[in-house]
Structures are given as structure tokens and as C-alpha cells.
Write a protein that binds this ligand. Structure first.
Ligand SMILES: [Zn+2]
Length: 335
């Protein structure tokens, strides 16, 4: 009853306006009945996400994204890969949108950054780690340790500002000795294929000012780096590729670096490798082992190329695994 009255009233008001609008030449119509909304914002929420882990605080930081060609995935037919992508409503044009994430962990004793993003080496869609550290309320000068999962440019280039200065002036940079020995060796670089040369050069450049000031400290296997942090060797993607397991109270998160480049493909089919893996066979074996451990232990995990914030769990599904992302919410310290 009330609705039809309202509708009738609206009709009574609108009809004369419509008649008027039709009667008046367009040039004389000055303002619509209601003000237009403001311009669209076209900006996203700041690229950080925070969660509590026992007494630790974990902040995921968004560096940006790359569009990865599905052809970089190796060990399956193009049709298989395409159907796995389609199942997740993912488009391969111009490539599959793939996040680049880093993680800042406040342990109470240290402010630890795991990976540093790309800086501005790969165009305008990337290079926002420092901006997002600031958006998250910290300053790059407060970071006292940068733990690199490996020395690829999307993890190490951000050690420098776009003009080549040290981005984390009070941090020691730690990386597995096996990765430093490989990527920083001019001898190995000289023998590498031409299309891999740039990777070696970028790795050397990214750490050069830290080497010069004695701040790059490669660590040996089994070495303890910081309280509450355990190194998890994950060789294959690169020789010294490593994850970092942060533990506080009864909670742990494994920041696993580049174990997965395509969540839609490699959880279901962990045997599918990535072109950039230095040793694809070893990378596959490592992925299967870490997936199995993470699922069995119900670990929190965080991945550099998982959809932002890249934090969640791994569970078994059929013969493979599935990704269970974290849900957005406030910092919970009551569990
Ligand atoms: Zn990477």
C-alpha cells in the first residue's frame, strides 16, 4: 500500500519534469535533479595486511604485479594449464596477473623484512615495498634485518632505492651462502647462457653497496639468524633458495619465497615447474615436501607470488593440494 503510494507520488513528480525536459531545448537544461557523484577514485587500498602470530606481528607488503605468460609453466600441456587457469577464472591476456609480496615481521626484538621487492627495475606496476612499509606505519630505517629467500631481482632489487642508494640503512642483509656463491660469482655468470646474464648482474648490483659496507652476511646451512626464526632450505628454484619459519608461542608461519608462481596451477599440480627454476626437478621435489609438511602441520604460510596478501594454509585435495587464503579482519590476539 505504502509502496504504491510512493510510486504514485514519484510518478506525479517525475511526469511534469519529463514533460519540461522534453519541452526545453537541451542547451537551456542546466542542472540535473540530483548532483552528480564525485569523480571515481581509481586508487586501491594501501598495499599492506597485518596479522598477529603469537607475540609477533606479521605485515604483508605488496610490491606490485607482473603478468606472467602461462608458457613459463613447464611439465604440462598448454590445454592442461589453460583449463586450470580457466577453473580459477584467470585470463592469460596479456599474461596471468601475479603478485610480488614481501613480509615484515616484528618479533619484539627485531623488525625483519623478508625480501625487498623489485624497486623500479620492472616498470610502473612494481616497486612499492618502501611506500607500503611507510603506509603500514614503519620506516625503512627501522628494519634491522633483511632476509632474502634468494637473489632473483624481484626479491633483491628493492634493497636499493631507484637511484641506487641503500634502501635499508640500518639492516644487515642475510642470504644463504649457496645463493650468494652462485649469483654473485663472476665465474659462474661468465659460463651462464646469454639470457641468464642479466640475472647475475642484477644480483651483484643489488647487494653491491651492502657488500661495500660489510652489511651483506651470507649464512651457512644450520646457522641461527635471529631469535624466533629458523631457516628452511628449499633448494631448486635457486641453489640456496630458502624459507624462513617464524615461531612465537604455539604459532608459526613459513615465509616460503618462490615455491609457487601460479596458485591456480601448482597447488593442484605441484609437479609443474617454472621456467625460472635453476633446477626444475629439485624445485618440484622441494615443493612437494614443503606442501606435505605445511598441510600436515597446519602451518601458516606466506608466498612471494601468491595472491596478496599471500598468507594462508595449504590443505590436501585429491592427489594434490589446495590454497586456503587468510580472511581480512582486525588483528586478533585472543587466539
Ligand atoms: Zn620471485
Amino acid at each position: 500500500m505504502r509502496q504504491s503510494t510512493a510510486a504514485a507520488l514519484r510518478g506525479a513528480l517525475v511526469a511534469p519534469l519529463v514533460a519540461l525536459a522534453l519541452a526545453v531545448p537541451a542547451a537551456l537544461v542546466t542542472a540535473p535533479a540530483e548532483a552528480a557523484p564525485p569523480a571515481q577514485m581509481k586508487t586501491q587500498a594501501p598495499g599492506f595486511y597485518r596479522m598477529a602470530l603469537g607475540d609477533f606481528e606479521v605485515t604483508a607488503l605488496y610490491d606490485g604485479f607482473v603478468d606472467l605468460d602461462r608458457k613459463l609453466l613447464k611439465g604440462a600441456s598448454a590445454e592442461d594449464v589453460q583449463s586450470l587457469l580457466a577453473r580459477m577464472f584467470l585470463d592469460n591476456t596479456p599474461g596471468v596477473q601475479t603478485a610480488v609480496n614481501a613480509y615484515l615481521v616484528h618479533t619484539g626484538q627485531n623488525l625483519v623484512l623478508v625480501d625487498a621487492g623489485t624497486a623500479k627495475a620492472f616498470g610502473p606496476n612494481l616497486g612499492f615495498i618502501v611506500d607500503n612499509i611507510r603506509a603500514a606505519g614503519y620506516d625503512p630505517a627501522q628494519v634491522d634485518a633483511v632476509l632474502l629467500t634468494h637473489l632473483h631481482p624481484d626479491h633483491a632489487n628493492g634493497l636499493l632505492t631507484p637511484d641506487g642508494k641503500i634502501a635499508f640503512p640500518n639492516a644487515e642483509v642475510r642470504v644463504a651462502k649457496a645463493d650468494a656463491d652462485f649469483w654473485l660469482s663472476e665465474e659462474i655468470a661468465a659460463k651462464a647462457p646469454a639470457d641468464a646474464q642479466a640475472f647475475f648482474k642484477m644480483a651483484r648490483n643489488a647487494v653491491a653497496p651492502y657488500v661495500a659496507t660489510g652489511k651483506l652476511k651470507p649464512y651457512a646451512e644450520g646457522e641461527t639468524l635471529l631469535p624466533g626464526v629458523t631457516v628452511v632450505a628449499e633448494p631448486g628454484h635457486t641453489p640456496g633458495h630458502s624459507g624462513y619459519l617464524f615461531t612465537s608461542k604455539d604459532q608459526s608461519i613459513l615465509v616460503w619465497g618462490d615455491l609457487v608462481h601460479s596458485h591456480s596451477v601448482q597447488f593442484a599440480r605441484p609437479e609443474i615447474a617454472m621456467e625460472f627454476d635453476v633446477d626444475q626437478t629439485q624445485a618440484i621435489a622441494t615443493r612437494k615436501k614443503v606442501f606435505a609438511d605445511a598441510a600436515a602441520q597446519k602451518l601458516w604460510v606466506a608466498g612471494a607470488h601468491l595472491p596478496f596478501p599471500g598468507i594462508g594454509h595449504v590443505r590436501t585435495e585429491g592427489n594434490g593440494y589446495a590454497w586456503v587464503p587468510v580472511e581480512y579482519g582486525p588483528i586478533r590476539t585472543d587466539r
